[in-house]
Write a protein that binds this ligand. Structure first.
Ligand SMILES: Cc1ncc(COP(=O)(O)O)c(C=O)c1O
Length: 409
């Protein structure tokens, strides 16, 4: 089985303990099935940029206006990343500095809102992210969040409810985006509702942005005032965030990132984002993005046939949420049984009821080269693992993973 080895023998000589830890993680990733919907395998070129000399560089500020010296190459790297992001998404402005998806949301709020403002977002029990008003998060502490839900029968966003809540609460901003909604938000409907009540529209596209890049999902860019995103999910870049916005909001967004919510830009990550955007502009990425969705549809259908209750009855994206209750188990038990078989995924909130479900996605296995035949194999292994046949299934999972090494030896 092929794994990513630590970058040099030097690490093993200097720090064998950490070399073992890194090798163990690489082995874990390559030897099991990574179905966490937010994860992927970024390319060796992206990894090279992450481990480059930019890891040493401080670069507070923006290209041409830095607080540190020696930024000529940092400026070049950031300009390339920004230009590529703008071209890839057809955006008037991009900020590639947010350290994470959460940082991008924090900066979007900082650009548009004042503490105490009302924000309408998907409620946490239905799939809103922590940054959409959780009391444990800055968002719930500093803003007054109102949550919309999904239709009890279909699991789809109830746009009439969104409109009613917007009319009743007159929010300063409406957020569309979720951690586990497997369908495309109707961005034009959100825009109409936002316009009707004079609210900003923030699209938190942390999950679908990679599908948008590959033309496999509609883009929020023409509709939202600000789009928040991560670069490490379907988009297959380094762990990080990004903001896209109109030219009109560019200065406010930039100031909201630095100096308001962040200090020095992480230049190694920004360089890696530039590499990932370059990859995402190619035709191979478009093919991959469409395969991610086709694979997710096949997997969702096969698992529904195996008895799982798939929320919304399927998926239009990379992401699937399911309730294993028809099999007599809850999400936590399901995750444990699947983990024992080497199938790695998350639990998630389900729109109704107290039990947790499971959430998984097809980006990483698609990057490995798996197609619809392998999705059917995964569904069979999944079903066997859920029946408690973990040990027997583990060997078959290892074999399947071994046939599709994420990185060449
Ligand atoms: C909708 C949404 N927003 C924000 C985030 C936060 O991203 P990060 O974990 O990079 O902070 C996530 C992460 O999964 C997400 O799904």
């Amino acid at each position: 089985m092929s794994v990513i080895t630590p970058p040099t023998d030097l690490l093993r000589q200097q720090d064998p303990k950490m070399a073992d830890v890194l090798a163990g993680e690489a082995q874990r990733q390559a030897g099991s099935l990574q179905l966490i919907a937010a994860e992927n395998f970024c390319s060796p070129a992206v990894l090279a940029a992450l481990g480059s000399a930019f890891a040493n560089k401080y670069a507070e500020g923006y290209p041409g206006a830095r607080h540190h010296g020696g930024c000529e190459y940092a400026d070049l790297a950031e300009r390339v990343a920004v230009e590529r992001a703008m071209a890839l998404f057809g955006a008037e402005h991009a900020n590639v500095q947010p350290h994470s998806g959460s940082s991008s949301v924090l900066a979007a709020y900082a650009a548009l809102l004042r503490p105490g403002d009302t924000v309408l977002a998907m409620g946490l029990p239905y799939g809103g992210h922590l940054t959409h008003g959780s009391p444990a998060n800055f968002s719930g502490r500093w803003f007054s969040f109102v949550g919309y839900g999904v239709d009890a029968e279909t699991g789809l966003i109830d746009y009439e409810q969104v409109q009613e809540l917007a009319r009743a609460h007159r929010p300063k901003a409406i957020v569309c985006g979720s951690i586990c909604y497997p369908r495309h938000p109707e961005y034009s409907v959100f825009r109409e509702i936002a316009d009707e009540v004079g609210a900003y529209l923030i699209a938190d596209a942390a999950h679908p942005i990679g599908l948008v890049a590959g033309g496999a999902a509609p883009s929020p860019v023409p509709y939202a005032d600000i789009v928040c995103a991560t670069t490490h999910k379907v988009l297959r870049g380094p762990r990080g965030g990004m903001l896209l916005c109109t030219a009109e909001l560019a200065e406010r967004v930039d100031r909201a990132v630095f100096p308001f919510t962040q200090g020095g830009a992480q230049m190694h990550t920004i360089a890696a984002k530039a590499v990932a955007f370059g990859e995402a502009a190619g035709t191979a990425f478009t093919t991959y993005a469409h395969r991610v969705v086709a694979n997710a549809r096949t997997l969702a259908e096969a698992l529904e046939s195996a008895g799982l209750a798939v929320t919304t009855g399927g998926t239009d994206t990379h992401l699937i949420c399911a309730d294993p209750a028809p099999l007599g188990i809850d999400g936590l038990t399901a995750r444990g049984r699947l983990a024992a078989a080497g199938i790695v995924l998350d639990t998630c909130a389900l729109p109704y009821g107290d039990q947790r479900g499971i959430r998984f996605g097809t980006a990483a296995v698609t990057t490995q080269g798996m197609g619809e035949a392998e999705m059917l194999r995964i569904a069979a292994l999944f079903a066997a693992a859920l029946r408690g046949e973990g040990t027997r299934t583990r060997a078959a999972v290892g074999e399947l993973a071994g046939d599709f090494p994420p990185y060449a030896a």
